[in-house]
Design a protein around this ligand. Structure first.
Ligand code: COI
Length: 377
């Protein structure tokens, strides 16, 4: 399977939108963006065929995809995606966070879903192209950003079950405020005991639509029980905590230890997860990546050893968890306040992302035109 571009790196052709929103319309949207509701004026597309590899990179007006009803993505779910953000700094410049991690994870998801790997340089260029044309859509209110959604689908018209010979890669962008409707307020989460999101040898570590589709029914159960997210246990033994429907989970023990489920191949390797581990170690905290059971959570909260629990992900950033609920039990209480360590880690991470603190790990990449090369704040 040819992974390489016909020209490397790819060159992008721009067709500007003739119906781009006015700056007044854009500012109205940016003043209250919500999450995932509004989209910018343009999108990126790159085609791939088994014969020609990556080709025909372009930035075009945002609009519907023309898909043959026999496109394999519609039947067999051969699809992967990423989530990342563009942040506006106080001087107006636009930056993103650890994009090479997203590029590499897209490649690893592609391997698992038998899709072609997009070279890291082309992935990063696709993000820069989006910002070059739609940079005005990066909001500047505190804690807002432009959420970037790169994704890849199998679009060959063929009903046989095999890896598609024709694929499309796209980037769309959506101005974003807080992921949860209550902002950074602590959330209750629901333990699904009937359903798992991943099994041994399955696609749990890949960021593919199927994992999220499988989470929707238990997610609905979570909503029905007044919870914001669903928590899954490992599929094999049903005892260890895996992850939430769309986020990783962390436990603070005392004031000096952070515990998070180890990466077993069924958990998504979150970029935020990895960054939180680094920031906690920088503070001198011990970080344990290991199995965590619901009993440990219950006993830890009862004894006072577990002092805080939080979720993290690109969309959710760091969100405090007040309570775990399940059939016939509750751990913690719905009105528990946000934990101090949770909020300090959140603050430090966002301070780095928004350029308010020095980027000591070299995590930021400048995206707007002023940057010819990577610059760190
Ligand atoms: C992200 O955090 O970027 C995701 O893709 C997860 C989804 C819940 C929005």
């Amino acid at each position: 399977m040819s992974q390489q571009s016909t020209t490397f790196p790819l060159e992008f052709e721009l067709t500007p939108s003739e119906t781009a929103r006015s700056s007044a319309e854009r500012e109205t949207i940016l003043s209250d963006p919500g999450f995932g509701k509004h989209f910018t004026d343009h999108m990126v597309t790159i085609d791939w065929t088994v014969e020609a590899g990556w080709q025909n990179a372009r930035v075009t007006p945002y609009g519907p995809l023309l898909l043959d009803p026999a496109s394999s993505v519609l039947h067999y779910g051969q699809e992967i995606f990423e989530g990342m953000k563009a942040y506006r700094h106080a001087d107006g410049s636009i930056w993103t966070f650890r994009p090479e991690k997203n590029a590499e994870r897209l490649q690893s998801s592609a391997r698992r879903l038998a899709l072609p790997e997009l070279p890291v340089a082309d992935f990063i260029e696709s993000i820069k192209q989006m910002i070059a044309v739609d940079g005005a859509w990066v909001p500047n209110a505190p804690e807002t950003s432009l959420y970037l959604r790169p994704f890849m689908i199998a679009n060959e018209s063929f009903l046989g079950v095999r890896a598609a010979h024709k694929v499309g890669y796209y980037v769309i962008a959506s101005p974003a405020g807080a992921y949860f409707t209550d902002g950074v307020a602590p959330v209750s989460i629901w333990l699904s005991t009937e359903y798992s999101r991943a099994g041994r040898g399955g696609t749990g570590a890949a960021k593919c639509g199927g994992n999220y589709a499988a989470s929707l029914l238990p997610q609905r159960e979570a909503y029905d029980n007044g919870c914001a997210q669903v928590l899954f246990l490992d599929g094999e033994t049903g005892t260890h905590i895996d992850e939430l429907g769309g986020m990783n989970v962390f436990f603070v023990h005392g004031t000096d230890t952070l515990v998070t489920p180890r990466l077993t191949g069924t958990i998504l390797e979150g970029v935020t997860r990895d960054s939180i581990i680094q920031l906690a170690r920088d503070r001198g905290m011990t970080v344990e990546e290991r199995d965590v059971t619901v009993d440990e959570w219950r006993d830890g909260v009862a004894s006072g050893r577990i002092t805080e629990v939080f979720a993290c992900g690109t969309a959710a950033v760091v969100t405090p968890i007040a309570q775990l609920k399940g059939v016939g039990f509750e751990i913690g209480s719905a009105d528990a306040p946000a934990g101090e360590i949770t909020m300090a880690l959140r603050q430090e991470l966002t301070d780095i992302q928004y350029g308010r603190l020095p980027d000591r790990h070299g995590w930021l990449m400048r995206l707007d035109a002023a940057a010819e090369t990577e610059v760190t704040a």
